[in-house]
Design a protein around this ligand. Structure first.
Ligand code: M6R
Length: 612
């Protein structure tokens, strides 16, 4: 949550900060600000605005500053409402120190009271102001020392960057659980919470690890361990993806672009994972992870939001193909449920960003309990990817739209391949079946292309339904998680209420909702439960509900029961959630557009949720 960017070098700083913030806006966008030091004035200049980076830009109104050092922030509120006062950067009471911060200072109340007792007055409701005030309180002309002393007192997951009016030649940053990366330029350095902020300027980066403090000067950086103060030497790595990958490519929104990228993404995953001899290969998995997949007695998928729905599908996949007892649980529940885990158990964390605080906490909990942890992650080099015992990347490319689309189907394909791989390791899939599965998997990118074609009809459905405020999504088996995912997609970008349900549970309560005004999105691809699902749809029709069916092309029963049918191609059930996801994404997208919603940046959300 929240985006941080910092610069020190020889270039005009404000445009670099604004540019970086624009690319970080997906991390939070309720307010933004920058602080820089004008060498002539020797003062920290602060610009803040409620709203998006565009609002900050209009306050700056093209202002030119000779500053060559500065920090910037785009916020997703945790403590205090979105407002100019609560926007970062925050200053110490004397205006000597400025700070931008990501995460939460859990003991901020105690620290705030302590400082207030010393006569220090606070302006904002934020926990971040405590960081600035405490650093300023400790600062006796050495920012680095003051940051080190203050940082020892903060509890919680955080990352921050500080700037001092009295030492306008360097920034000091600290990483504790929340990500921070240093960009290396020629005679200039950058700090950011995400590499995309600094990619146009440099591809050479150093990822900080927890409890590392870094002094960032134009010509050098110095990393030390927070407590021991020992110097840490790290080699820069080169980022291979270009900033173009993060552009909209002619689509009106990132979300639509990302929906249409799915055939390509899936094709790439299969190209990377399936060898010429039709074997599944996971380059980063390692032997130890394979051993665990082979011998595990139980497996637990832990994740949040859309990634949790992928975990639920993973549960079905591993049960069917690896004959392995599997459960899926949301990370925030797993964390505090004191899970019964130990050596020999396998915990698979699924996450697009690799930075989700609940998933990270769950990973650490699982490791502490002795389980083997395997992360299925999209963002290469992210914290969860680095901390897990093993990692498998989903290779979806950078996903900017807050609503997850291609990252989800990439997770589903990766999990399917992992389930087939595990099934083979455990001797549960014959050679012939394995080969058939691989050949069918290879058909999926084309089937997704076809599904995108079929989904053109969703337009009609969106026009029919866009003013409705209540939706029900039903599915069974592999497509029960799809119903949850479809309803999540609709909620997050249209702000309409939507509920996903296991279709068989309908008669136990939700059926009371059905009348001739209630839209029900029914997922009924070919499957073991097809006939059961058909009966559920009959029950809805009998009560005059508006049935929108997502069904296999050629289904002869469904037309007479539905107001609209959206087709998907015929496929094996295990792959069906990849295909049903497509019309569900497009339906949510089109209803959002018809309601003039900001599809890429829905209200109250952020792409990467780095607070618990
Ligand atoms: O980065 P992660 O996959 O760990 O994120 C998990 C959820 O926050 C995320 O899937 C969220 O639910 C999306 N906005 C859904 O579209």
């Amino acid at each position: 949550m929240c985006g941080i960017v910092g610069y020190v070098g020889t270039r005009e700083t404000i445009p670099i900060l604004l540019d970086g913030l624009e690319r970080l806006e997906y991390r939070g966008y309720d307010s933004a600000g920058i602080a820089c030091i004008d060498p002539a004035e020797k003062n920290i200049r602060l610009f803040k605005a409620k709203g998006k980076i565009a609002d900050l830009k209009s306050i700056l109104n093209g202002f030119k500053s000779p500053a060559r050092i500065g920090i910037g922030h785009t916020r997703w509120a945790t403590h205090g409402v979105p407002s100019t006062i609560n926007a970062h950067p925050h200053l110490g009471a004397k205006g000597r120190i400025a700070v931008v911060h990501n995460g939460i200072v859990e003991n901020y109340r105690e620290l705030k009271s302590e400082l207030e007792r010393k006569g220090i007055q606070f302006k904002s409701e934020t926990d971040t102001e405590v960081i600035a005030q405490l650093i300023e309180y400790y600062d006796r002309g050495n920012l680095s020392k003051a940051v080190r002393r203050a940082a020892m007192r903060f509890e919680g997951y955080l990352a921050f960057v500080a700037l001092s009016r009295d030492e306008p030649n360097y920034l000091v940053a600290l990483k504790r659980s929340n990500p921070l990366v240093i960009g290396i330029g020629k005679g200039e350095h950058f700090v950011a919470s995400d590499v995309s902020a600094i990619l146009p300027y440099t591809k050479q980066v150093i990822y900080l690890d927890d409890e590392e403090l870094v002094e960032v000067r134009a010509k050098e950086i110095q990393i030390t361990n927070l407590k021991s103060q020992k110097k840490v030497t790290k080699k820069p790595c080169t980022i291979k993806w270009s900033i173009d990958q993060a552009q909209k490519g002619g689509y009106p929104d990132f979300m639509l672009k990302e929906i249409y990228e799915q055939p390509h993404v899936l094709q790439e995953i299969l190209r990377k994972r399936i060898s010429k001899s039709h074997q599944i290969e996971f380059d980063t998995l390692g032997q130890e992870a394979s051993r665990h997949l082979k011998s595990a007695k139980k497996i637990c998928f832990v994740s949040c939001g859309t990634a949790y729905h992928a975990g639920m599908v993973g549960q079905y996949m591993f049960e069917e193909f690896a004959h392995l007892s599997a459960t899926a649980i949301v990370a925030s529940e797993f964390r505090y449920s004191d899970p019964i885990l130990g050596k020999g158990d396998l915990v698979i964390l699924i996450t697009q960003s690799g930075e989700t605080a609940d998933t990270l906490a769950a990973l650490r909990e699982a490791k502490e309990k002795g389980a083997f942890t395997l992360a299925v992650v999209n963002v290469v080099g992210s914290t969860i990817a680095r901390e897990a015992d093993a990692v498998v990347y989903t290779h979806a490319g950078s996903e900017i739209g807050v609503a997850s689309t291609k990252a989800y189907t990439a997770q589903l394909m990766t999990l399917a391949l992992l389930a087939f791989y595990t099934g083979k390791l455990r001797g549960k899939i014959s050679r012939a079946d394995f080969r058939r599965l691989i050949l069918e998997a290879k058909e999926i990118p084309n089937q997704v292309k076809k599904t995108l074609e079929y989904a053109k009809g969703v337009n009609q459905v969106a026009k029919l339904l866009y003013q409705k405020r209540n939706f029900l999504y039903l599915g069974r088996g592999y497509n029960f998680p799809s119903a949850l995912e479809g309803s999540l997609k609709l909620k997050e970008i249209t702000y309409a209420h939507a509920h996903g349900y296991a279709a068989g549970e309908m008669k136990h309560g939700p059926i009371a909702l059905i009348d001739d005004t209630q839209p029900v999105i029914c997922l009924i691809p070919e499957s073991k439960t097809y006939v059961k699902m058909l009966s559920n749809i009959e029950e809805i029709r009998a009560r005059e509900g508006i049935v929108i069916a997502i069904a296999t092309y050629g289904d002869r029963n469904i037309g007479r029961l539905s107001s609209h049918v959206v087709h998907i191609p015929s496929q094996r059930e295990v792959f069906s959630p990849i295909l049903t996801a497509i019309p569900l994404q497009i339906l949510a997208y089109q209803i959002a557009v018809l309601n003039s919603r900001d599809v890429d940046k829905p209200r109250n959300l952020a792409k990467s949720v780095t607070v618990e």
